[in-house]
Structures are given as structure tokens and as C-alpha cells.
Design a binder for this molecule. Structure first.
Ligand code: DC
Length: 208
């Protein structure tokens, strides 16, 4: 049985939490695709070239191994910014495409969360959700996790959203056939319940 759930949306909208819960509910595998870009971004940064060289970042992406996704330091704000920068490079996106598509079509079902899953990686995904929330709510969530200055967290989030939405290659955008899920005023349980209900309805429609 193959069944792909594409979960896209901006940073801190709740994709990760929803993705893990949906995967657990249906017994599907889950891939946080942001980790791929974070791993490439952090390595490109650590190589100390200051300005990220597209060819070199592409090489890092081609050599990426599954164990690189478990490295420490990938969840930091700096890693997020580095990820967003390398994610704008077509060389990097191209190098990470096959791994994501293979994951999506694995036996037993898969949930992938990211920015371009429903549009570029898996345009034929059986279920698509675009998870969003207001800038302020998303910044509040990040700020509670990370601390620091709220205004800086909000500015950082907006800068990342802008870069992700305005890049030419696979920009963050809701697929025409994605269901919108605004989590601004929803509890985690309520957001998960809505996502599960949508996936279940698509599952019933496809499996009929
Ligand atoms: O979801 P995240 O915050 O971990 O993602 C980090 C960055 O990686 C994000 O700012 C943009 C990029 N990204 C992407 O371009 N495409 C994806 N499918 C996932 C993440």
C-alpha cells in the first residue's frame, strides 16, 4: 500500500507536530524534509566559506547521508536561516529530490512535511494540507521554545518566510488542491483531529 500525505506551510505553523501525529495515527513513516536543508545549511556554513558557494552546497547535498539528519544543532535558529539560504539553490533542491520522492512512495504510507511537497516533490500526493498560522502566533510559539527577544524571533521568522516564498525554484505556496488548516486559534489536539479527519477522508476516497 502506498499513500502520501503532503504537509506544507511556513515555519512554526505546526507541521512537525501534526505530521508526527498523523503518521502515528495511520502507522505511516514520517519525514521532516526541513532537516535535509538544515543539515546541508549547517555543513555549508561550517566549511567556513562565509558566502555559501552553490556548487559546494550542491555537493554537500549529493553526499548527504541519513545519519546526517540526526546530528546536533540542526534545530537552532541559525541552522534555520542557513537552511533557508541553501534551499534557494536549484543544485541543492535537485540533489535532495530523489530521496524525498522515494520516501514518499515507500510501502506502508508516508507523511512528508516541508514547503514544496504538494507542489514539486509529490504533486500526485493522495492527501495535501497547507498548515498555516498568523505571524504573531508562530513567533510566540518559537519564542516560548527558544527564548531570546520576541521581536527578533518575529523578524527572523518573517525574513525566512519571505525568502522561502519569493525564491524562483519551488517557492513555498499552497498547492491548488491542498486543504488549508489555520492553526492560529486551534489547540494541538484540535489541529491534529482536523488533519486526521482530512487524511481519513482522502484515504477512504482513494481506497474506496
Ligand atoms: O521546516 P524547517 O523550518 O525545518 O525548514 C528549514 C528551511 O528549509 C526553510 O526555511 C526552507 C527550507 N525548506 C525547503 O525549502 N523545502 C522544504 N521542503 C523544507 C524546508
Amino acid at each position: 500500500m502506498r499513500f502520501t500525505v503532503a504537509l506544507d506551510g511556513p515555519a512554526a505553523a505546526g507541521k512537525g507536530t501534526i505530521g508526527r501525529a498523523v503518521a502515528a495515527h495511520f502507522g505511516f513513516a514520517h519525514l521532516d524534509t526541513g532537516l535535509l536543508y538544515r543539515a546541508v545549511g549547517v555543513q555549508a556554513m561550517q566549511d567556513g566559506r562565509g558566502v555559501i558557494d552553490p556548487d559546494w552546497a550542491g555537493e554537500i547535498a549529493r553526499r548527504l547521508k541519513p545519519e546526517d539528519l540526526g546530528r546536533e544543532g540542526l534545530r537552532t535558529r541559525i541552522a534555520g536561516q542557513a537552511a533557508s539560504k541553501v534551499a534557494a539553490l536549484p543544485e541543492v533542491r535537485q540533489a535532495l529530490l530523489a530521496f524525498q520522492r522515494d520516501f514518499a512512495r515507500r510501502e506502508g504510507g508516508a507523511v512528508l512535511d516541508g514547503r514544496d511537497i504538494g507542489t514539486v516533490i509529490c504533486p500526485a500526493a493522495e492527501a495535501k494540507l497547507f498548515v498555516t498560522a498568523s505571524d504573531e502566533v508562530r513567533a510566540q510559539r518559537r519564542w516560548k521554545e527558544e527564548g531570546g527577544e520576541y521581536a527578533a524571533v518575529l523578524a527572523d521568522l518573517r525574513a525566512r518566510d519571505r525568502r522561502d516564498a519569493e525564491r524562483t525554484d519551488a517557492p513555498m505556496v499552497a498547492a491548488a488542491d491542498a486543504v488549508l488548516l489555520d492553526t492560529s486559534d486551534l489547540s494541538i489536539d484540535a489541529a491534529v483531529a482536523e488533519a486526521v479527519a482530512h487524511v481519513q477522508s482522502r484515504f477512504d476516497a482513494v481506497r474506496g
